[in-house]
Ligand binder design. Structure first.
Ligand SMILES: [Zn+2]
Length: 383
């Protein structure tokens, strides 16, 4: 098991300074702790909820059977004791003031793995509740070891991120076809393969949903992302429009409702391969047996949005023409229906003669790949 330098720094800074020993007068405009509670989630997961008066800024530190939630600029309140539900892996929770940070030290009966970003949420105040930091976790499968990552001598301590690349369409499904005969399935496979090489060179762990001209169901593509426990899923496509003058890229994230009429048309077209219509969408998610809590859906949507915006910026900076209108759109795209954050990238329009030529062109494909690699490197995988 590895311990990152960042983690070591954090661990070193958790001194045993007991609540009450620190002068409180010196700090102004602090966040205040309101409540702490645990609960049991479906699948036996433990949920920890920390309620604060303003939006919490936090870091997580993993130790031997402990999880420390470090809340910056927050003051301890001894009158608040945690309400602990039975059936969780939380044994006790204590508050430790360290300078102007409040460490919520969660003692566990078992070690846990690093909590994935999509299992962490900050909820806005509603009704009787203030801000809530919500963490879902369960005991790590490898017994006896904490999920801390180790620093190498060179300080390179980042976990290898897993990217799943999905080249759209394939086999019996050509996708859209340009006037010059260029098939979407061919162009996007070429871009996907170049992207795989470039990302591997950058140290990412990369998997492809397809690496040749084969047909794959949309649910199977999403399932690969799940199975590989991907950090990011990218579905690569090229677009077509009835107007042959329409040009440019656009990036899509998943939503149950399309952001505009064009987004709905695109979702219809991209979902058509599996004959998924709006009514079939619910069945589809049942088929891939992903029990997404609304909390997780929200977190995945936020992360996908963050990625998509960064990707659009990278395309803009890379001098790749953007389709008129918003660069990031939303649509009920079946392939994005999973617990893995991700986006569907429409690299350009095959229905436009000039862009058809570009999309076939190896140098232009490299340009697309460079922009996507930049967007992934700039994406904040950590909380
Ligand atoms: Zn497509």
């Amino acid at each position: 098991m590895k311990i990152s330098r960042r983690h070591l720094l954090k661990i070193a800074s958790i001194g045993a300074v007991v609540v009450g020993m620190m002068p409180r007068v010196a700090f102004a405009a602090r966040n205040a702790i309101k409540s702490m509670r645990t609960g049991v989630q479906p699948g036996g997961k433990t949920r920890l909820v920390i309620e604060t008066s303003s939006r919490p800024s936090y870091t997580l530190v993993y130790g031997e059977k402990t999880l420390t939630v470090k809340l910056s600029n927050t003051v301890a309140d001894e009158s608040i004791t945690a309400k602990l539900a039975s059936g969780t892996i939380v044994k006790s929770i204590s508050q430790v003031q360290v300078g102007d940070a409040l460490n919520i030290v969660v003692n566990l009966t078992k070690n846990i793995n690093e909590i994935p970003k999509n299992q962490i949420m900050i909820l806005e105040p509603n009704g009787d509740n203030d801000y809530r930091l919500v963490l879902d976790f369960s005991a790590s499968s490898s017994s006896g070891k904490a999920a801390i990552t180790t620093a190498g001598e060179d300080g390179k301590n980042e976990k290898k991120r897993i990217i799943v690349i999905d080249a759209g369409h394939g086999g019996k499904d050509p996708g859209c076809i340009g006037k010059g005969g260029t098939k979407e399935k061919t162009v996007v496979l070429s871009v996907a393969q170049k992207l795989r090489t470039a990302l591997r060179n950058e140290g990412f762990s990369v998997f492809m949903t397809r690496n040749d001209d084969t047909y794959l169901k949309l649910a199977d593509r999403a399932a690969i992302a799940e199975k590989k426990k991907a950090d990011l899923f990218l579905s690569i496509h090229a677009n077509a429009n009835p107007s042959r003058s329409m040009k440019g890229f656009s990036i899509y994230t998943l939503s149950e409702k399309a952001s505009d009429e064009e987004a709905q048309k695109l979702a219809d077209a991209e979902n058509a391969a599996d004959k998924i219509d709006v009514n079939g969408f619910e069945q589809f998610s049942k088929d891939i047996r992903i029990a997404l809590s609304s909390l997780q859906q929200h977190a995945v949507a936020e992360m996908s949005e963050e990625y998509a915006n960064g990707c659009a910026r990278a395309f803009n900076r890379g001098g790749i023409e953007q389709q008129p209108g918003p660069a990031v759109r939303h649509a009920p795209l079946a392939v994005l229906r999973s617990t893995v954050p991700g986006a569907l990238i429409e690299c350009g329009h095959l229905s436009n003669a000039a862009e058809e030529k570009l999309l076939k062109n190896s140098a232009h494909q490299d340009k697309l790949v460079t922009a996507i690699v930049k967007s992934i490197k700039n994406y904040d995988f950590d909380v």
